[in-house]
Design a protein around this ligand. Structure first.
Ligand SMILES: [Zn+2]
Length: 331
């Protein structure tokens, strides 16, 4: 991975704060990178780790060529320690092993860097959260801790108060679509839709693209518009699509959000909004047919159905059943 502040999309405030903090005599012992998922927190953390140890920085950025930069770029620096959630949470075993490692001095780096990823999910694990707090309270020599967390998750105030907070924001849509274009060579229209649907999260846009969720949504819309209620062949098609949806597992939420955005767009159109306000650009060819088919009331009812389905999934209801009921309701 190419690491440099310059190649990191947007996040000017974060970059500025980090550089400022580094160039003061004393770096913070701990930073908390807070913001939406998929906007560059991890990449920025790795860049900062490389920058803090670069042997010959250029214009307040990593040189990319010194022995330290080369190791950080390959992810093989012995003083870069990554603690990632195993499954959903960071496990107590991981924190204990880390603490043991931290009792030894760094191998070669001026600043040993420890990155705790996505700690918001771990806060509910009291034992792990307290162990993490202990590490923050007794910072080891020459070691910088970077914690990343989604903005929505609750973080213990005792943890927050021991860190310098570095805020991250949703990326401008045009920069997300430009990046998607460069990476995947997709059309401008598709890139723009993905950027808007992902609300400025490049990570989320990449996931939507990888899982082909936008195409699946388009297929659902296209088929629904051709089906009529109560016909035997409709039942089979709806069951089949519900089955595919259920198999998306954790990505099912993303699909439901996409469907919600489409319904919201239809309601906006129905209340006189112009096309420029809509997000589901890939579905423009179907908007007229959809508006003829469903009244505003019917669209709001369907929006509620999607919310209900999401709540049921949160409660671990049977995924296949939730999808079937929802898809018949959407028809
Ligand atoms: Zn360097």
């Amino acid at each position: 991975m190419h690491l440099s502040f310059n190649s990191l999309i947007a996040q000017e405030k974060a970059k500025k704060l980090l550089k400022k903090s580094f160039h003061r005599e004393k770096m913070s012992h701990a930073y908390l990178f807070r913001g939406p998922a998929g906007v560059g927190k991890k990449r920025c953390a790795l860049t900062f780790a490389a920058y803090a140890n670069c042997l010959s920085p250029v214009d307040q950025d990593v040189c990319g060529n010194c022995s330290s930069c080369v190791k950080f770029r390959s992810g093989n620096h012995p003083d870069l320690l990554l603690i990632q959630p195993e499954g959903v949470h960071i496990k107590i075993k991981q924190v204990r092993e880390l603490k043991h490692q931290l009792t030894y001095p760094p191998f070669e780096a001026r600043h040993r860097m420890v990155l705790f990823e996505d700690i918001h999910n771990t806060m509910r694990r009291k034992e792990v959260a307290n162990s993490l707090l202990k590490t923050l309270e007794e910072p080891p020599e020459n070691t910088v801790l970077i914690l990343t967390a989604d903005e929505a998750g609750e973080i213990l105030s005792t943890i927050v108060s021991r860190c310098q907070i570095i805020p991250f924001y949703a990326l401008p849509y045009n920069l997300v679509s430009k990046a998607l274009n460069a990476e995947n060579g997709i059309s401008d229209e598709e890139a723009a839709t993905l950027a808007a649907v992902a609300e400025g999260s490049l990570g989320r846009a990449r996931l939507l693209l990888k899982k082909d969720l936008l195409s699946f949504r388009r297929e659902i819309v296209e088929r629904f518009l051709r089906l009529s209620k109560g016909r035997p062949e409709s039942v089979e098609i709806v069951l089949n699509m519900a089955d595919i949806a259920a198999k998306l597992k954790e990505n099912l939420y993303e699909l439901l959000d996409l469907i919600k955005i489409w319904l919201r767009d239809l309601i906006l159109l129905g209340t006189g909004a112009s096309e420029s306000m809509l997000i589901s650009r890939d579905l423009f060819p179907f908007m007229d047919a959809a508006r003829k088919r469903w009244s505003l009331k019917e669209l709001s009812d369907r929006l509620l159905l999607v919310d209900k389905a999401k709540k049921q999934l949160d409660r671990n209801c049977n995924r296949a059943l939730v999808c079937e009921v929802l898809f018949f309701g959407l028809l």
